[in-house]
Design a protein around this ligand. Structure first.
Ligand code: UDP
Length: 475
């Protein structure tokens, strides 16, 4: 069958692997399971990202999935070193989408365009072309409901949300502690807040909202967004939970460092290894990294530590050039660390095959920054977590995982301190790998693993949700 006879849709993620990865998985599912032709639009810049290249250039992409690069944007002309991460994403998108109309016309006007939260300039462009736009929320339902509520909060609250005496009560949802709010809305005077508010206030324009979640993971938020009168009166577009869509990694294309990681895991006892990775951009201060290294060492447990060079400037320092940061952990980890941990730990600079590691039977727990993709990967593989949120909406995710879902433990930051000390790290690592509470968390994670697989299976809730949207597009 010639590709041109298949219904054609386009997907458009904003920059950042955390956005690209889940939309790319959606693209593959649409091609493989729902018989679509998908053009995957990639916003490009003159900055390199090795991990992104590796993902999009995989030799095993299914036929019918085309990568279409938008004309490159000169990041250096529109940002400075001080531009914060979300502003950076948004100005790149704004510049890049100036070409969207001509690209869509050239592609022959797809039947629908799926964007993420930060590409809402597409609404106007697609309005002119009569192409329906669907929004794919790459984060939790909790973040979606907060985002839909934000324009109301913005109208009704004077001053900063963080100064409110009570947690934020999104109608029908679990209250959010103000300290857990995302950085982008903690300070209403900054550009990041303005960008965030602008994009989320356009959510009601979507023809539907796809969610990377499923019924059993976030029952409260899903019920609220569908049934609560507040969301009905916005009005909120129909939500379609289609997740968990997580990155499928192939061992065959793995780089040398990946093979080393997996070979090392093969030699460890089942469930004994803590995997430490802080997402594509997560960086720690030198002081915090030193404490973490000491904590791992003191715990006497086995671990894989993925590290980036420490920095005091920002917790999301390498968000845009993931995998391109060549660094030498010997230069910044504590003196004698490598000798003392001997064979018990493996240090991997920059990037590890996270999905393959989490799936490996030797992996017993995951110390994670709780990015939504990492969260979904962890529960999909039934691995309990140590929640170490750093930026964006990760504190909200960490709280849900620890207090609602019960699959994570949050290390405590000592009174008046900004870093987590080595003793506390030692305690939580031991607890999650060999403690009773760790066992309970693992049991819950395994239950979720089962329910995730069921949701995605033929006739499962997420499979059916996507089939329903696919039908709308084919009509
Ligand atoms: N990831 C990986 N190897 C690493 C670090 C991250 O493969 O060493 C992947 C991880 O599996 C996930 C994505 O990068 O799919 C990170 O997305 P997430 O939403 O967790 O966090 P973000 O990077 O957006 O902060």
């Amino acid at each position: 069958v010639a590709e041109t006879t298949k219904p054609h849709v386009s997907l458009l993620p904003s920059p950042g692997l955390g956005h690209i990865i889940p939309l790319f998985e959606l693209a593959k599912r649409l091609v493989i399971h729902h018989d679509f032709h998908v053009s995957f639009l990639v916003i490009t810049t003159n900055e390199a990202s090795a991990a992104q290249e590796q993902l999009l250039r995989s030799p095993t992409l299914p036929s019918g999935l085309d990568i279409v690069e938008l004309p490159p944007v000169d990041v250096f002309a529109i940002t400075t070193d001080d531009t914060l991460v979300l502003t950076r994403i948004c100005v790149i998108v704004e510049e890049s989408l100036k070409s969207l109309k001509s690209v869509l016309v050239e592609l022959g006007n797809p039947k629908a365009l799926v964007i993420d939260l930060f590409c809402t300039q597409a609404f106007e462009v697609c309005g002119e072309l009569s192409i329906p736009v669907y929004s794919f929320c790459t984060a939790s339902t909790a973040l979606l409901t907060l985002s839909l509520y934000l324009p109301t909060l913005d109208r009704e609250v004077d001053g900063e949300f963080v100064d409110l005496p009570e947690p934020i009560k999104v109608p029908g949802c679990i209250p959010i502690r103000t300290e857990d709010l995302l950085d982008q809305i903690k300070n209403r005077k900054i550009d990041e807040y303005k960008w965030y508010l602008l994009h989320v206030s356009r959510l009601p324009l979507a023809a539907g909202i796809l969610l990377n979640s499923w019924e059993d993971l976030e029952p409260v938020g899903l019920k609220a967004v569908r049934e609560n009168s507040f969301f009905k009166q916005i009005p909120t577009p129909r939500v379609h939970p289609v997740g968990p869509l997580i990155k499928q990694e192939e061992t065959t294309t793995a780089a040398a460092s990946n093979i080393e990681c997996l070979a090392w895991l093969d030699k460890q006892p089942p469930g004994s290894v803590l995997f430490v990775a802080l997402g594509s951009g997560g960086t720690l201060t030198a002081e915090q990294l030193t404490e973490l290294a000491w904590g791992l060492e003191l715990s006497q447990q086995r671990f894989i530590l993925v590290v980036l060079s420490p920095t005091n400037s920002s917790a999301s320092a390498t968000f845009f050039n993931v995998g391109s940061d060549v660094n030498d952990p010997k230069a910044y980890l504590p003196e004698g660390f490598f000798e003392r941990i001997e064979e018990r730990g493996l240090v991997v600079p920059s990037w590890a095959p996270q999905g393959l590691v989490l799936k490996h039977p030797s992996t017993g727990a995951f110390l994670s920054h709780c990015g939504w993709n990492s969260t979904l990967e962890s529960v999909t593989y039934g691995v309990p977590m140590i929640a170490w949120p750093l930026y964006a909406e990760q504190r909200i995710n960490a709280t849900i995982l620890a207090e609602e879902v019960g699959v994570a433990i949050k290390p405590a930051v000592g009174e008046g301190k900004t870093t987590v000390g080595r003793k506390e790290i030692e305690r939580v690592v031991k607890l999650v790998i060999e403690g009773e509470e760790g066992k309970l968390m693992r049991t819950r994670a395994l239950k979720l693993q089962e329910s995730a697989a069921k949701a995605l299976d033929i006739c499962g809730s997420s499979h059916d949700s996507l089939a329903r949207v696919a039908k709308e597009w084919k009509a």
